[in-house]
Design a protein around this ligand. Structure first.
Ligand code: BJW
Ligand code: ZN
Length: 260
């Protein structure tokens, strides 16, 4: 295991030995996949879920991000998401998001047999805006509204909604954000794509996630058990550091561009 930090490379003082080796390994690898979490968007000003700043009006995500909380008080839950939509609308993709989009472009093998799959737990859409394609969105997308009555879905990218809670124009039932709350299953097709990418990866990057929310966090073990080498990019230690080949500690907006 290599950790970024103390012994910089002479040719690039900001680059630690582990990062240099990972950069070469990424160039050689055929199938690469990355699992990202809230930490990659932190440098864009989007709050993470756990740790400092992870609370909204003293409610934890575990209390608000559930169907039960929504059914009990849809207005309160929508006030939170309306605030979050405003923050996410203002945010811009940072060098971490851009580096992943660039890694994917560079990784398209000339023989067309290589693959790069970006799997995200984030709902903010910043990877789309950075130019990443075919993103696996495990926890949905905050810009999609789903009707609780007729199940119709529509895209709505307004920063602030006029009336809270919003209602369906067709049937009048409550609209909910198109995201995955605690206790809800992940979208089956996205989950299958995530498992497939993890199981076929030569290198699996785990970036800016506390790796505590399942089943998403389980993709790291699936990748490892299927023979992938794991690389962790995080500001703090994570529960999957022990099974990783490389642990690069630092802000993803600084570490990821150095892997290109
Ligand atoms: C930086 C940085 C920088 C900061 N650079 N790094 C055991 C096994 C399996 C499941 C369970 C289980 N026990 C309980 C469960 C259920 C539950 C769960 O996992 N709970 C855990 C809390 C224990 N899981 C579920 O309920 C899931 N569904 C499910 O299991 O369904 C089963 C089922 C099957 C069939 C029928 C019915 C049901 C669903 C999980 C949905 C998660 N939803 C949320 C909310 C989304 C909407 C919203 O935004 O409100 O998704 S919760 C929240 O956590 C959000 C995130 O995507 C998710 C993960 O968080 P993430 O991204 O890791 O963020 P943080 O804040 O935790 O970490 C940030 C990290 O970044 C930190 O490490 C920092 O150090 C780092 N960092 N700045 C690099 N600049
Ligand atoms: Zn409807």
């Amino acid at each position: 295991m290599h950790a970024i930090g103390s012994a910089p490379d002479a040719s690039d003082p900001g680059l630690a030995p582990g990062a240099k080796e990972l950069r070469s390994a990424l160039k050689e690898a055929r199938n690469v996949a990355a699992l990202t979490g809230a930490g990659i968007s932190a440098e864009s000003g989007v709050p993470t879920f756990r740790g400092a700043g992870g609370l909204w009006r003293n409610y934890s995500p575990e209390k608000l991000a559930t169907l039960e909380a929504f059914e009990a008080n849809p207005r309160l839950v929508w006030e939170w998401y309306d605030w979050l939509r405003g923050v996410m609308r203002e945010a811009q993709p940072n060098p971490g998001h851009q580096a992943l989009a660039e890694l994917a472009r560079r990784h398209a093998a000339p023989d067309g047999k290589g693959s790069f799959t970006l799997i995200t737990q984030n709902i903010d859409g910043l990877d789309d805006r950075a130019g990443s394609k075919n993103i696996v969105k495990l926890h949905g997308d905050i810009w999609i509204m789903r009707c609780m009555g007729c199940h119709r879905e529509e895209r709505d990218e307004r920063a602030r909604l006029e009336v809270l809670p919003p209602r369906c124009k067709k049937c009048g039932a409550l609209l909910r954000p198109g995201i995955v709350w605690f206790g809800e299953p992940l979208p089956a097709d996205e989950w299958e794509r995530g498992v497939e990418a993890a199981a076929s990866a030569d290198i699996f990057l785990v970036i800016g996630t506390s790796a505590t929310v399942y089943p998403a966090a389980g993709l790291a073990s699936i990748a490892r058990q299927s023979g992938a080498k794991l690389a962790i990019v995080n500001k703090e230690p994570t529960p999957v550091d022990d099974i990783a080949e490389w642990v690069l500690q630092g802000p993803s907006g600084e570490v990821l561009p150095r892997l290109l």
